[in-house]
Design a protein. Structure first.
Length: 303
């Protein structure tokens, strides 16, 4: 006789194969998934079921509402939890210079079917900017209104703040490589200049481009800008404060998580938040072997 947990896993895998991303679960099923999550974090048990690429109509399982797929296998915790993504695979171009390879990737992204068929993203593609052979790569979540207008990542107010941070590090915007996980602006009803965060499915549809970009650029380290970018890049969920302060890894490259530049703008952040971001940048500078002056080390410290 099969165990209830095996039946549940078989059901979820079958629904995933059908393209279903949201199901109704009763309390018993939720308890089983929480137990699987605890066992998985302890190093045993089956892997969580990955989120699918698209979101067709819901399928019925035992009653009670469930959250998004990643919420089924993680709970709020002091330390970031892991979530997984099912993503289409794309191979990085092998011929040409790094700039030519990035241009070839961008051409593929223009009509990237896994993202287009979601029906939740706008049509203008925004790829990347900066040096395709940079030691430092910065990754955000998705383009916003200004980025869509100019077809470059980080050109709005948050982009200006990022430029200031790079300048304080002794780098120009052109010296770094800057990209977003999602290559299209997430759509909203009656949308004008308002933006929203990308969903797990939207990030999963485009994450293969980031993998290919990393393969081409070969940065010495990556900075994930904000919790949503960290979720898409590393599969982490939770607060940025729990994610930052240590090194993670993506495709063999060290990754540091910090607050999104918009956080510093929208939350009227004081010197403490600015210092936290700056400490993350100092760690990246150390990793890159950049010179750090005493003045730089003291930025945003209490007087």
């Amino acid at each position: 006789m099969s165990r209830p947990v095996d039946d549940l896993i078989d059901f979820l895998r079958a629904e995933e194969a059908r393209g279903v991303t949201t199901v109704h679960l009763d309390d018993e099923a939720k308890a089983l998934l929480r137990e699987l999550h605890r066992r998985g974090r302890a190093g045993g048990g089956p892997k969580p079921v990955a989120a699918a690429e698209s979101a067709p109509p819901q399928a019925a399982a035992p009653a009670a509402m469930a959250e998004r797929p990643q919420a089924l296998v993680s709970e709020a915790a002091a330390e970031p939890a892991k979530t997984t993504f099912a993503a289409p695979v794309i191979a990085a171009p092998v011929a040409g210079s790094a700039a030519q390879k990035i241009a070839a990737l961008a051409a593929q992204a223009e009509n990237w079917e896994p993202a287009k068929r979601l029906g939740t993203l706008r049509s203008t593609m925004v790829f990347s900017t900066g040096n395709p052979e940079a030691d430092l790569m910065l990754v955000g979540e998705a383009p916003g209104y200004q980025e869509e207008q100019q077809r470059q990542p980080f050109v709005g107010a948050a982009g200006q703040k990022l430029n200031e941070i790079l300048k304080a590090m002794g780098l120009s915007r052109e010296a770094a490589y800057i990209s977003n996980i999602v290559k299209f602006r997430p759509a909203m009803p009656g949308q004008t200049t308002n933006n929203r965060k990308p969903s797990v499915e939207e990030m999963a549809s485009c994450i293969s481009f980031i993998r290919a970009e990393v393969e081409i650029v070969k940065p010495k380290c990556i900075i994930a800008l904000g919790g949503t970018a960290a979720e898409g890049l590393l599969g982490l969920t939770g607060s940025v404060s729990a994610m930052r302060g240590s090194w993670h890894e993506f495709a063999g490259i060290p990754v540091r998580v910090t607050y999104h530049p918009a956080y510093l703008l929208h939350n009227n952040s004081g010197s403490q938040d600015k210092r936290r971001v700056w400490e993350d940048m100092l760690e990246a500078m150390e990793k890159l072997g950049l010179p750090i002056s005493d003045k730089q080390r003291s930025y945003f410290l209490p007087k």
